[in-house]
Design a protein. Structure first.
Length: 168
């Protein structure tokens, strides 16, 4: 995609990212509760949450949000269970731009930022049957490490797949 700019999100982007997520991220596979999503994106203002944004001609065409934590400790390599790791929360691309590699570029940029913040592993969850997310994550170097029944899921097989990418 030509003229694509990937940049770090700022507090000034929060409302636009929230609007973008609900305009382009809602589908049968995604669980997007408004309160927790708003709280997550509001964290950009205090650097509790991070996001990378893709723009083309000054228009948002996608973003990936993430934070650092220990929520995926059970998946960490032996001896690293207590280490901080990156957790991708939202990865969304404009409907008209799907399949152009923007999502995998954003995930790669997020992984790079997480590495700069000192982490060695990055995790992301998605609906097990979401083909778009699966392809985007695979292209960005993520590998599925677990699939489990998830009561939050209301469609398809109601299972969540967890993927990991190790930062070298």
């Amino acid at each position: 995609m030509t003229n694509l700019i990937i940049r770090n999100a700022t507090a000034a982007d929060i409302d636009a990212l929230l609007d973008f997520l609900y305009a382009h991220g809602v589908n049968e596979w995604n669980h997007l509760p408004p309160g927790p999503i708003r709280a997550h994106l509001d964290g950009i203002a205090t650097s509790r949450t991070y996001a990378v944004v893709a723009e083309q001609t000054d228009k948002i065409v996608g973003f990936v949000s993430f934070d650092l934590g220990r929520d995926m400790a059970r998946y960490q390599p032996q001896g690293r269970e207590a280490d901080m790791h990156g957790i991708i929360h939202e990865a969304v691309v404009h409907r008209d731009c799907a399949g152009q590699g923007i999502g995998s570029q954003l995930l790669t940029a997020a992984v790079q930022k997480i590495g700069e913040l000192g982490c060695r592993e990055v995790y992301v969850g998605r609906h097990d049957e979401n083909p778009g997310s699966a392809g985007m994550m695979r292209k960005a170097g993520f590998e599925v490490i677990d699939v489990f029944d998830d009561p939050r899921r209301t469609s398809g097989n109601r299972r969540t797949a967890i993927s990991r990418r190790t930062i070298s």
